[in-house]
Write a protein that binds this ligand. Sequence first.
Ligand code: FEO
Ligand code: CA
Ligand code: CA
Ligand code: CA
Length: 600
Amino acid sequence: ARAQGTGASRFTFKEVEAGVDANHHVAEGYDADILLRWGDGLFPDSPDFDPENQTPQAQERQFGYNNDYVGFIPINGSSEHGLLVVNHEYTNEHLMFPGIVTIKEASAGEPAELVVAPADRKRVDIEMAAHGGTIVEIRKEGGKWRVVREGANNRRITAQTEMLVTGPAAGHDRLKTNADATGTKVLGTINNCAGGVTPWGTYIMAEENFHGYFLGELPADHPEAANYERYGVPDGSYAWGEFHDRFDVSKEPNEPNRFGWIVEVDVNDPNSVPRKRTALGRFKHEGAESIVNRDGRVVFYLGDDERFDYVYKFVTAGTFDETDRAANMDLLDEGTLYVARFDEDGSMVWLPLVHGEGPLTAENGFNSQADVLIETRRAGDLLEATPMDRPEDIEPNGTNGRVYVMLTNNTRREEANAANPRVDNAFGHIIEIAEADGDFAATSGTWEVLLQCGDPSVAEVGATFSTETTRNGWFGMPDNCAVDADGRLWVSTDGNSPKSTGRTDGLFALDTEGEARGTSKLFFRVPVGAEMCGPLPTPDLTTFFVAVQHPGDGGEDWEGFGRPSYYEDLSTRWPDFEDTMPVRPSVVAITKQGGGKIGV
Ligand code: FEO
Ligand code: CA
Ligand code: CA
Ligand code: CA
């Protein structure tokens, strides 16, 4: 790898001080305004948020829980008027519902424990309505953003919204259920983590940890047993299957094959049926950021966020038509999915996942392209792709022709390889790919580790931030990222905490070019217990939308930082700071005081 730089950062903002407290903090000279909170109304008829008396019907008309991916689709090319699209990844029952948590006090060497009461049907239906996504019109007036509740395209997508399965696996027997003999009609999308906006202005929702929503036991000797084991299904984190048969694999053994896909939504029609695009494979999809290649084909980069899983890309067969939006609407149904092998010499190969090629044959249980896509992970195993340290967001950079891969961590790694160079990798790293000849559709390329994350002052950690990076600027656990219109890289983190790194998560500006390469600066930090999602810069770079996810959720660190339940003494009441309000995941709009481009 190139030596990290010692030159001045291209980011001139004064960085935030790293630390932990109840509020968010943004760099001096910037405003960070709350735009949308869990429970906020999205339609003229939305009921006011009443957390003590929430209902599934109210939640369907309100902003959902745990905002993750944020996208902005300009209206008439504007950076001040557009549709905001937001994923609602999952729910935290202990923070959402009053009166369901008891604390089992510590005793006899056992730590204290949070005990959540068993779910009932109403609670499950609120959870299902709080999942999915939001599409909402927003407008900037007098320098401040506001939600346009009357927006004609405003929409909530939930775990109950009807969707159509398309592409090579659509209609396959392995996707058929009692409720859907066609194998094409699915209700809902779940655990939508990162995502994307396509060059033709549709909204991509990635289905990540779908295994958690299934419970029950597969019928004996069921043919999907090995498939499900590879994906960790069923996991039983949610009680949905107690009230909705389709989430109980003993009753609907094929339902898990209908999740783990990339979902595409046409935001210009609030009644459009979202498409599950099977050509992009089935795994724990982190996101799908794309770029129009020089030959007009569109290339999507895809991470499978699991320890020892893979990096993928999808290259459309057709080309993007800038002048005819309708002509692009099914581009995602045809193309080639590739999985990455990172070689020790710094080269790499993109291996095609095509039925009949190499080991992807009937001999190995793949009878069609549908089988290859339903069991994408096993196909990647047979092709000997490189097992990675949890691939999260991946973004191409059209300015410098490279691609950035966030690898969040992997404390179970016992054997290093060149692309995952640390065993017990607690703090993660970032890989930079250079596709052959700058061709994003190429089947080979080179790569290097841009950054090993963690505290640079602790030698054993092996962090490789530049020496210009201050004690505030380093981070662990990169998760989401953004390459902005100037080709600048922004990294947001998931897992920095009082216990892991002595700081909260945040948004960091990371230099990739010239003498400053490897210099990181803290631009925004979240309140205690939260994770940082986004950012999404508007095209003119004067607004960054960020999503603050699960504020107040201390996870394993909760002791000493307040008891993270609805009624108990929370470590934070962000963003309302009212005793009658629970903590609320929210989208924040960051602007520069007096206007202008962010970061400089
Ligand atoms: Fe939902 Fe991989 O983070
Ligand atoms: Ca995340
Ligand atoms: Ca991103
Ligand atoms: Ca993560």
